[in-house]
Design a protein around this ligand. Structure first.
Ligand code: NDP
Length: 327
């Protein structure tokens, strides 16, 4: 089978398209014929070696995939069944989805939700699933559309694009924050009512600013997140899931102790099964059909390393879908 393989020898880190025997697949009780995968930020860090994601070599990257069960020793999954996977360290510590087959633990698989094709599942992928978890975090914090405008940062990216589309479909007034002026029309088509430049949020700000946002989904971290916290309404919620701008958070306690602001972390990797199923169900129901065309670029496995480099250079918009099957 074909697989993207990350290798490290004599200090040199390289990612190459290789022929691999299925016998080399790691232990697991379900083997899946992978038809689709995608390129997320973490995949780009792993493929390029720019982030310390991979520690054991060789490794097949790909933190998500959709496909058909090829062999199963897990009574919950039968041969021919359509499944998807996100997270659980797949593509980081366990061979992942950027290969024609994957062998995994059945506990990590989700039966393909009704109304979703495998291709659509990976257009959404980890990014879409995370965006839905962030929307649910805002809801848990009491941020409803009537409370005021909500903000999405890193809006042209995979998580950001999906968050804009979901919030807009749910009736929120969405402000998108983007470093790319050229993506204004794209973001408005996804449902953003307003697009603000990233530069407005990039400098070090004051502990408290004018209250502007009922809630926010942040994929960026750093000064951007600190400035948002200073601008959130009394009792507002910020869902933080990313670090595309950096992992620091140069903030103060002021928004928390004077404005009752909630900062809710969001992790998609270890999300428990019940919330995972609920999030996928809501994602499928809420995402507009137009999203699948509008926010997607399809590539081959061979093109993945180049796209990974471009993604980290902030040159990729929306979601990148990887076609794995030859069919
Ligand atoms: P993308 O690369 O698709 O999107 C990131 C976006 O962030 C870019 O499109 C860009 O948007 C913006 N951005 C890029 N560089 C910078 C910068 N230096 N400063 C500020 N903004 C920047 O990545 P994903 O959407 O896949 O992931 C986004 C983040 O969320 C990543 O940090 C990722 O690790 C994290 N993540 C976390 C998950 C979790 O479980 N917690 C799961 C999935 C992702 P624009 O050009 O519009 O400004």
């Amino acid at each position: 089978m074909q697989a993207l393989l990350i290798e490290q020898s004599d200090g040199a880190y390289k990612t190459v398209l290789s022929e691999v025997s299925p016998q080399q697949l790691p232990p697991g009780n379900v083997t899946v014929d992978v038809n689709w995968s995608s390129i997320n930020y973490k995949d780009a860090l792993a493929i390029t070696g720019k982030g310390k994601i991979i520690r054991h070599f060789p490794m097949v990257p790909g933190i998500d995939f959709a496909g058909t069960v090829h062999h199963s020793e897990d009574p919950r999954f039968h041969v021919g069944q359509q499944v998807l996977l996100t997270g659980f360290g797949v593509g980081e510590t366990h061979w992942g989805g950027l290969a024609e087959q994957a062998r995994v633990n059945g506990d990590w698989l989700v039966a393909l939700p009704e109304g979703l094709s495998e291709r659509q599942a990976m257009i959404l992928g980890t990014a879409g699933f995370t965006a839905m978890l962030c929307v649910m975090a805002l809801e848990d914090g009491g941020v409803t559309p009537d409370k005021g405008d909500v903000l999405v940062t890193g809006a042209s990216g995979g998580v950001g694009s999906t968050a804009v589309a979901l919030l807009s479909a749910l009736g929120y007034q969405v402000t998108a924050v983007s470093g790319r002026e050229s993506n204004g029309d794209y973001l408005r088509q996804l449902g953003a009512a307003q697009v603000l430049p990233r530069s407005e949020f990039a400098a070090e700000g004051r502990p408290l600013e004018k209250q502007r946002w009922a809630g926010a989904i942040d994929t960026v971290g750093g000064n951007v997140l600190a400035n948002i916290l200073a601008q959130v309404h009394y009792s507002g919620t910020v869902a933080a899931c990313g670090l595309a701008g950096g992992f620091t958070l140069p903030t103060t306690v002021m928004p928390f102790i004077l404005r009752n602001v909630r900062l809710q972390g969001v992790d998609s990797v270890q999300t428990p099964a019940a919330r995972r199923t609920e999030a996928w169900k809501r994602l499928v129901k809420t995402i507009p059909a137009s999203f699948y065309q509008h926010a997607t670029t399809e590539i081959s496995l061979q093109e993945a390393p180049d796209v990974a480099r471009r993604l980290l250079n902030n040159e990729v918009t929306g979601r990148t879908l990887v076609k794995i099957s030859k069919a």
